[in-house]
Design a binder for this molecule. Structure first.
Ligand SMILES: Cc1cc2nc3c(=O)[nH]c(=O)nc-3n(C[C@H](O)[C@H](O)[C@H](O)COP(=O)(O)OP(=O)(O)OC[C@H]3O[C@@H](n4cnc5c(N)ncnc54)[C@H](O)[C@@H]3O)c2cc1C
Length: 396
């Protein structure tokens, strides 16, 4: 159990701990510090009380197991409809960068029904072992079952790092696993790095509305868990050096019954390409003024063979479904060409598209911040510029 204690004999009632506590969890009673239930064990008071050493935190690791008992990196091999998700090579790519410093085995967890055929592809990305449970009882959408099985595998194999995708599945599954393992989880990381001295994973993600980057460490619990934002990490390439890996079948693990019944799977009705995988994206914002004007954006996207994106303002106004939203709380995209139409370029929008190879902005305000990141800018009325572009492209 983790615990915090005030050593009453050492406390001088100076109040430095009260000032240091960001959670208002300390007060003075009879000139002695008293800690209440708001305490999160962040340790700020311990640092503030270095001189008197009157506050002590005791931390124990999960199940009393030593951090040193954990070794190597594991990734979640997410899949849907019989195919590996496109984020898998990205997670493996990130893990391989960490592996260079850590110099330990890289494994993948593959759980589901009829999944064995994906194991070879996973290994081809340079993975050493695939820990697999392939069982007809495991439904794709039974996340409670997946969470239980992934937890069991991690308990047995004990990797020191476990990474998943910042996808709908990863965001639902990994928190369940982290809670079961009593470890931490950093969601939606945009950067992962090993501290070469402490050999701890530095997990970086945007915080406070994208205004700062926070680096988070999980010092006392294992595995160190993170989800990785889509389209941010460089995907691993398939190895052409005859890399050999091993499939470890773990079908002796019991498959629990699911509490979830999937009644129906409804595929989103869209006649354009998924933005996360598109090479060309045309996005519309509040400058479109009306939902029906998204037709202009669709025409340009179709002329280019690309996908339709949107700013959050357009999504919040119900002009287009959330799955099209680009940005910090939407999708991160990395197309060859990104065309922003009537989008101002708020920091939260830029967070999702600024790594595009070429950015073209169409905006009637020459001072719009989108022009700061655009490689090409067209200052003008989108209702004139976009139809002209469609005409020119179709005319070719
Ligand atoms: C925590 C948080 C998370 C967020 N996450 C996201 C996110 O994921 N994605 C996102 O996009 N936003 C996000 N936002 C919102 C973001 O801050 C902006 O409010 C939003 O991006 C603005 O959308 P917009 O550019 O379409 O609208 P506006 O800022 O209103 O810009 C409209 C632009 O259209 C131009 N315009 C108007 N008429 C024309 C015309 N006829 N021709 C050409 N140009 C024209 C205007 O000059 C203006 O620049 C988030 C905000 C917060 C606080």
């Amino acid at each position: 159990m983790n615990d915090i204690k005030v050593i009453v004999e050492k406390c001088v009632g100076c109040g430095l701990c009260i000032k240091a506590c960001p959670y208002v969890a300390i007060s003075l009673v009879d000139k002695k510090a008293v800690i209440n239930e708001k305490c999160t064990l962040c340790g700020a008071c311990v640092d503030a009380c270095k001189r008197y050493q009157a506050i002590v935190i005791t931390r124990t690791t999960f199940s009393g197991q030593k951090v040193a008992a954990y070794s190597g990196i594991a990734v979640l091999a997410e899949h849907r409809h019989d195919r590996l998700s496109s984020i898998v090579p990205e997670i493996i790519g990130a893990a391989k960068v960490l592996q260079k410093t850590l110099n330990k085995k890289l494994s993948a967890i593959l759980v589901g029904k009829n999944v064995k055929h994906m194991a070879g592809e996973i290994i081809s990305y340079g993975v050493d072992e695939v820990w697999m449970i392939d069982n007809p009882k495991i439904d794709d959408f039974a996340e409670d079952v997946h969470a239980s099985l992934v937890t069991d595998i991690l308990l047995e194999k004990k990797p020191e790092i476990f990474l998943g995708g910042g996808t709908v599945m990863g965001r639902s599954l990994l928190p369940r696993v982290a809670a079961r393992l009593l470890t931490g989880l950093t969601a939606d990381c945009t950067e992962l790095e090993m501290d070469p001295e402490a050999m701890i994973l530095k997990q970086t993600r945007p915080a406070f509305g994208g205004n700062i980057m926070a680096t988070i460490l999980c010092k006392n619990h294992r595995p160190q868990m993170a989800t990785v934002r889509h389209k941010v990490m460089k995907p691993a390439k398939k190895a052409d050096d005859g890399h050999e890996g091993k499939i470890v079948e773990m079908d002796y693990i019991d498959i629990p019954d699911s509490q979830v019944e999937v009644l129906e799977f409804v595929k989103e009705d869209t006649n354009t390409v998924n933005i996360a995988d598109a090479d060309f994206i045309v996005s519309g914002g509040r400058g479109l003024r009306d939902p029906k004007n998204f037709k202009l954006i669709e025409e340009l996207a179709q002329a280019l063979g690309g996908a339709v994106g949107a700013s959050r303002a357009a999504v919040d106004a119900d002009w287009i479904p959330y799955s099209h939203q680009v940005g910090q709380t939407g999708k991160t995209v990395n197309p060859k060409i990104y065309i922003a139409c009537g989008i101002s370029g708020a920091i939260q929008h830029l967070a999702g598209m600024k790594s595009s190879d070429i950015i073209i902005a169409i905006n009637n305000d020459p001072n719009a911040p989108i022009f700061d990141v655009a490689h090409y800018g067209i200052v003008g009325d989108l209702f004139e510029v976009v139809p002209e572009l469609v005409k020119q492209i179709k005319g070719k």
